[in-house]
Design a protein around this ligand. Sequence first.
Ligand code: DAH
Length: 345
Amino acid sequence: MQERLQELQTEAIQKVDQAAGLKELNDIRVAYLGKKGPITEVLRGMGKLSAEERPVIGALANEVREAISARIEAKQSELEEAAVQEKLAGESIDVTLPGRPVNVGSHHPLTKIIEEIEDLFIGMGYEIAEGPEVEQDYYNFEALNLPKGHPARDMQDSFYITEEILLRTHTSPVQARTMKKHQGKGPIKIICPGKVYRRDNDDATHSHQFMQIEGLVVGENIRMSDLKGTLDVFAKKMFGQDREIRLRPSFFPFTEPSVEMDISCKMCGGHGCSVCKQTGWIEILGAGMVHPNVLEMAGYDSKKYTGFAFGMGPERIAMLKYGVDDIRHFYTNDVRFLKQFAIEE
Ligand code: DAH
């Protein structure tokens, strides 16, 4: 029996030393030291031994059990330590590897133009106003001196939602809304940027959705020369000090007189080229003195108050400023196009 125990010890220790993993080690523990293991079996058979043999074998069996147990514990720490080392090696970071590039976005070119124009007018004491894109026929047309059936309504093909509600065709309704809010009292100095919608077929110069910036000044003694001076400052700040402006007579139902403003063509210096269609001038915006009917409808005394207004298209300004030849580029959001505007941020 002594021999059997010694053999078991040698055998178990050999297996423990060769164990490749914690699971295998645990299997060895169960096999040798478990309830059904050979050592337990030896101890169980002790009853058959003589009184002299019993303590000797008992002590030896305990020794063997402890020796195996100690070896298993040592091996276990060894394996655990190896596992930790392996994990650490796998998780180590190679700080010399090149980093992953992070894609940084940039402002949309139209946002940049609008912010530039806003800053410019805020610098002249204007406030920013806003209005709804889903608008009442009343504010979009009627309050702007365009009663139902007025032929000039055809100039702006509209998306109607109901008979009285439509997607605004211009930012001019914000004029009417702002004046109404002021309840017949001046002064007002606002610009209003926003989206507008028209039933146009999209092409290089048309889009069914585009941006406008409206301007409105109402007060006592506001004159045409104030409008001209304001637009001159705007044109020079936006396009360069060497630019000239010119006002041409035009028609808008909400202004009287009405004008269109051109700036001198930078490409050809005013001599005529393909950009300015050989005229030396490029049309930028519509403007005029607020029509007395519009003032009166909003509750202003048109004998006491006068005003000027203007409306421009940021897309057109961005196209001229950045040399973009197709309005659709602003709305298809091709990153190769948009990326070009990240440079000067
Ligand atoms: N609302 C006009 C348009 O969309 C632009 C415009 C012209 C606005 C003259 C004005 C203005 O305020 O005075 O075509």
